[in-house]
Design a protein around this ligand. Structure first.
Ligand code: XLS
Ligand code: NI
Ligand code: NI
Length: 443
């Protein structure tokens, strides 16, 4: 392959310079090569660049067109532009030291006039991606299909009332699975943006849920038939673009998957901003998934609590990320998942350099949270506190409750004859919050 020109020529590969560095384009905490527990930090954190934001985001909003103009977007033929854009993307991943990227089919290659033409466009760009992956070592964390932008999906894809649209979506996902496998994707994501409804006046809710489940079963069957070994992930979101989405949060997602016998095929891709839109903390969603053994991957971003929609900002809230990281590490990590920056630049952040500042901040915040969480877990103070709080279930009648030996009669007898009134014990929340503060800000 011919050597591509540099698209971020003024910016060198970002180096780790440590917390004392005052250079903005350097990592203070993320040191990809530092060995932690026998493997490089890069392999623990598995950072990924989201193609749709980093390389298709223009800053447009309902009130005005894009503000972010990249030089490589200038060409006339959309497939050629897609290839050049992809070279810029791989240069960025290398320079920011992100080992992974993620895409929707339509992010990387333009949609054609027919499905056949769209597939040809995709094949041309995927061949280019394959070469670039080989040349740079950057890998595909996950692929997905865009089943929400095209007007044909205005009433949903697999939950569309028109079977024709279901069939079209099936064909599109079939191809997206083919290319994800071709590029060695380690996971495949379903985010059902338009799988939901606006009004029950025109909706058969039960039938739509059945269709969504049928679609996921067909995807699993097809993936297995082509030998795709990656992990399937569901990305819950409570609203946007539809008023109601069937996978509102992790808990409703688990109920849905179990209802339809899909629970062994799927894990969750948890997005911070989706958690907060559902009225949960990021850590809550991680814990719910982990408790079910279904923690898969993270879409790393943050919302703006004053705006109340999916603003997809880079997250530098070390407190929130440390709590999340504690739950992730306790769950044994993300396996084939990673931390994908599903986050975009603000509309006035128009310089190519801003893309670096954004990712450096996100990566440093996660790396710092990773270190703090490891220290907190190693010292075990919170875990000990929680273990002690539940210690009455470790022996005696508490153990009998957990193991199913106790029943209402035996417990009533115990209270009447022996136990009497329980003595209230403090939950010590303020003490624990102060303890957390001492880790975050130095004791
Ligand atoms: C939108 C979602 C989307 C998914 C991928 O809110 O976060 O970007 O991550 O389809
Ligand atoms: Ni997302
Ligand atoms: Ni989102």
């Amino acid at each position: 392959m011919k050597k591509s020109r540099a698209y971020f020529s003024g910016i060198p590969t970002v180096a780790h310079e440590g917390p004392k560095s005052d250079r903005a384009l350097a990592f203070k905490h993320y040191n990809p090569d530092e060995i932690v527990d026998g493997k490089p930090m890069a392999e623990h954190l598995r950072f990924s660049v989201a193609y749709w934001h980093a390389f298709r985001g223009t800053g447009s909003d309902p009130f005005g067109p894009g503000t972010i103009v990249r030089p490589w977007e200038a060409g006339k033929d959309p497939v050629s532009v897609a290839k050049v854009r992809m070279e810029a993307a791989f240069e960025f991943c290398q320079k920011i030291r992100a080992p992974f990227y993620c895409f929707h089919d339509r992010d990387i290659a333009p949609e054609g006039r027919t499905l056949a033409e769209s597939n040809r466009n995709l094949d041309a760009v995927v061949a280019h991606a394959k070469q670039l992956q080989q040349a740079t070592g950057v890998k595909l964390l996950w692929g997905t299909a865009n089943l929400f932008s095209n007007p044909r999906y205005m009433c949903g894809a697999s939950t569309n009332p028109d079977a024709h649209v279901f069939a079209y979506a099936a064909a599109q996902v079939k191809k997206a699975l083919d290319v994800t496998k071709e590029l060695g994707g380690e996971n495949y994501v379903f985010w059902g943006g338009r799988e939901g409804y606006e009004t029950l006046l025109n909706t058969n809710l039960k039938r739509e849920q059945d269709h969504l489940a049928r679609f996921l079963h067909l995807a699993v069957d097809y993936a297995r038939s082509i030998g795709f070994k990656g992990q399937f992930l569901i990305e819950p979101k409570p609203k946007e673009p539809t008023k109601h989405q069937y996978d509102f949060d992790v808990a409703s997602g688990i109920a849905f998957l179990r209802t339809y016998g899909l629970e062994n095929h799927f894990k969750f891709n948890i997005e911070t901003n989706h958690a907060t839109l559902a009225g949960h903390t990021f850590q809550h969603e991680i814990e719910v998934a982990a408790a079910a053994g279904m923690l898969g991957s993270i879409d790393a971003n943050a919302g703006d609590l004053l705006l109340g929609w999916d603003t997809d900002q880079f997250n530098t809230d070390v407190r929130e990320l440390t709590l999340a990281m504690i739950s992730i590490l306790k769950a044994g990590g993300l396996g084939t998942g990673g931390f994908n920056f599903d986050a975009k630049l603000r509309r006035p952040s128009i310089d190519p350099e801003d893309l670096f500042h954004a990712h450096i901040g996100g990566m440093d915040a996660y790396a710092l949270a990773f270190k703090l969480a490891r220290r907190i877990l190693a010292e075990g103070k919170f875990e000990k506190f929680v273990a002690d709080r539940y210690a009455s279930f470790d022996a005696g009648f508490g153990r009998d409750i957990e193991t199913g030996k106790a029943n209402f009669r035996s417990l009533e007898k115990l209270v009447l004859t022996k136990l009497g009134e329980p003595v209230p014990k403090s939950g010590k929340q303020e003490y624990l919050e102060n303890l957390l503060m001492s880790y975050l800000h130095g004791a």
